[in-house]
Design a binder for this molecule. Structure first.
Ligand code: BTN
Length: 242
């Protein structure tokens, strides 16, 4: 993988999008500081300069290599890699579907994947990852945590990025060769799986109590509600009540 280090940039995802035509697959843009970090659902991503990992991985695909209907495999891939990286740091984490990484009830990592399509398959993907490593206070988000808060240890950011990218490179062939292993590892770490919890069904505009059973092959979250009915949700169709 080719690493491009940036001191300060609005957002590594935005920079990767701007430079997409010239960047080769496997290029990583990592920034010490983001001035306009972007999150899911149009949210901002705040990260103390020099304290955390904020980077974007560019992947490019041959025609038909990754059908758009399987784009969620990228969620599994990057989520599994982050969970494995955190495990190596001594932090036990879980994936809150589709791709937030949590330690207990606190968010430690956010992922923003932006895909470019060519017909009905992916042409390129920008996988943006923000992992809280050494930050110790989160004024913008009380329910956040970091590796340092979890372990009490200050980490070397360069070594962290290198370790994570090595795990990513190792896992990447699973996209083509072993997608079922990706899903298996992902569901094994699914936040609130098998636990009774409350959710907001955004389709029916109602609060439900249910148990996450897993993820369907098409990437939808499966929740068995208290009436015994299996409900399937796409991204933004359900929210967690925490
Ligand atoms: C979220 O949880 O809402 C997703 C957050 C994604 C943040 C990362 S930091 C690196 C990359 N650049 C961005 O602007 N966003 C992603």
């Amino acid at each position: 993988m080719k690493l491009i280090r940036l001191l300060s940039i609005d957002s590594t995802n935005s920079e990767a999008q701007r430079r997409l035509p010239e960047l080769s697959s496997g290029t990583v843009l990592a920034a010490r500081e983001q001035t306009a970090g972007r999150g899911q659902r149009g949210n901002s991503w705040f990260s103390e300069p020099g304290a955390n990992l904020t980077f974007s991985i560019v992947l490019k695909f041959a025609q038909g290599e990754l059908p758009a209907r399987n784009a969620h495999w990228l969620n599994y891939l990057i989520s599994n890699v982050v969970v494995a990286f955190l495990q190596d740091c001594g932090v036990d984490s879980q994936v809150k579907w589709p791709n937030d990484i949590y330690v207990g009830r606190r968010k430690i990592c956010g992922i923003l994947i932006e895909n470019t399509l060519r017909g009905d398959s992916l042409e390129a993907s920008v996988i943006g990852v923000g992992i809280n490593i050494n930050q110790q206070a989160f004024p913008q988000l009380a329910s956040a945590t970091s590796v340092r808060l979890c372990t009490g240890r200050k980490m070397d950011l360069d070594a962290c990025l290198e370790a994570l990218l090595a795990l990513f490179e190792q896992a990447l062939p699973q996209l083509k060769e072993e997608p079922s292993a990706l899903l298996e590892a992902y569901t094994a770490r699914l936040f609130q799986k098998g636990e009774q919890a409350s959710y907001h069904d955004c389709l029916k505009e109602e609060q439900i109590t249910g148990v996450i059973e897993g993820v369907a092959p098409d990437g939808r979250l499966q929740i068995r509600d208290s009436a015994g009915m299996l409900r399937l949700y796409q991204f933004k169709e359900v929210s967690y009540i925490l």
